[in-house]
Ligand binder design. Structure first.
Ligand code: TRP
Length: 328
């Protein structure tokens, strides 16, 4: 029996190259070794975007298509719409007794996010999303969660909750493990911060060749290099970081040429542009199919969600029984 992994995406917009480098690429590889569940976390999306339900609705499709376009195989992978799995939400409520408000407000990821979104007052739903995430992972007996470092506090919290819960009720809910992705985060083309949907510095998997070129063309390089004749410093160039990520074979040579003023920024950007488009072209092809077959995408989500409900309802029934909630 293959082990099961569960991973999640918030449908608050399309996925970009940062997501690809940080998780989708590994996810595509892992699907062969593990039974793969992908949760489209629309309830978690509501915690920050509840005022924009249409964006969430559209993004459920887009994020699913992003995953399919990267090569996640709908025959093999279970796609799940979080809001449509009641067991997750019941379990999250049960779990919420096993975590203190203090614990949640000191969660480092919650703190950073609260700062980024500029919240003056955090909602109860937002503060509690790590509890709901613990339910996302455990409702289906997931063994492993592939994560970036920002998600580690959430997995650790999930483990703590599960341990206490099992001790209290004699349940045997599986304590999840995480598999840390060891790739460094892709910075934005502005060179200023990580690539982010909300930061306007991202190349989307769904971008056209023209859009990609416009973004690459405007990417920030070594700002001291005002002329091709001056040697550049790849260490402080955002485009060079992309060469490392998307042009493994060629990046060393470019580094030398840049340092010796043998290649200009425009030429360097053209090379990068080609590499990125070569990566995106096969994705564009798959996307084009799904964009015109939205019914197929909806069926993939609904059949996966149905399967998740079968697993989740059975699991929940066992837990409720152990909690002495079932009247005899
Ligand atoms: N919090 C994750 C993110 O922001 C998304 C997510 C929701 C998730 N539920 C999950 C990740 C369960 C792993 C497991 O990217």
């Amino acid at each position: 029996m293959k082990k099961r992994i569960l991973t999640g995406d918030r449908p608050t917009g399309r996925l970009h190259l940062g997501h690809y480098v940080g998780s989708l690429k590994q996810r595509e590889e892992l699907q062969r070794e593990y039974e793969t569940f992908i949760l489209i976390a629309d309830v978690q999306a509501l915690t920050t975007h509840f005022e924009n339900p249409d964006l969430i609705n559209d993004s459920i499709y887009q994020v699913t298509i992003d995953n399919l376009s990267v090569g996640l195989d709908p025959e093999r992978v279970t796609f799940i719409q979080q809001s449509m799995v009641p067991a997750i939400h019941v379990l999250a409520t049960f779990y919420s007794m096993f975590v203190t408000v203090n614990q949640l407000s000191h969660n480092p990821t919650i703190k950073t996010e609260a700062k980024n979104y500029g919240y003056r007052e955090m909602s109860y739903g937002f503060l509690g999303y790590p509890v709901s995430q613990a339910a996302d992972i455990t409702f289906c007996y997931a063994d492993l969660v592939p994560v970036g470092d920002d998600q580690v506090p959430h997995i650790e919290l999930a483990r703590k909750i599960v341990r206490k819960f099992n001790e209290m009720y004699g349940t045997s809910i599986k304590e999840p493990d995480y598999k840390l992705s060891n790739v460094s985060r892709l910075i934005g083309l502005d060179g200023a911060s990580k690539m982010g949907k909300s930061l306007g510095n991202a190349i989307y998997l769904s971008d056209s060749p023209d859009e990609v070129w416009n973004k690459v063309r405007n990417g920030v390089t070594d700002t001291n290099r005002v002329s091709v004749k001056i040697p550049g410093n790849p260490d402080i160039c955002s485009i060079y970081k992309y060469q490392v990520a998307f042009n493994k074979e060629g990046c060393e040579e470019i580094k030398e040429e840049c340092k010796n003023a043998k290649i200009g920024c425009v030429q360097c950007k053209k090379i990068l542009n080609e590499k990125i488009n070569a990566l995106l072209d096969p994705m564009r092809e798959k996307r084009a199919y799904y964009e015109t077959h939205k019914d197929a995408v909806r069926d993939i989500i609904s059949s996966g969600t149905e399967r998740a409900n079968e697993i989740g309802n059975e699991n929940l029934r066992g837990i409720e029984d152990k909690m002495h909630l079932v009247l005899k």
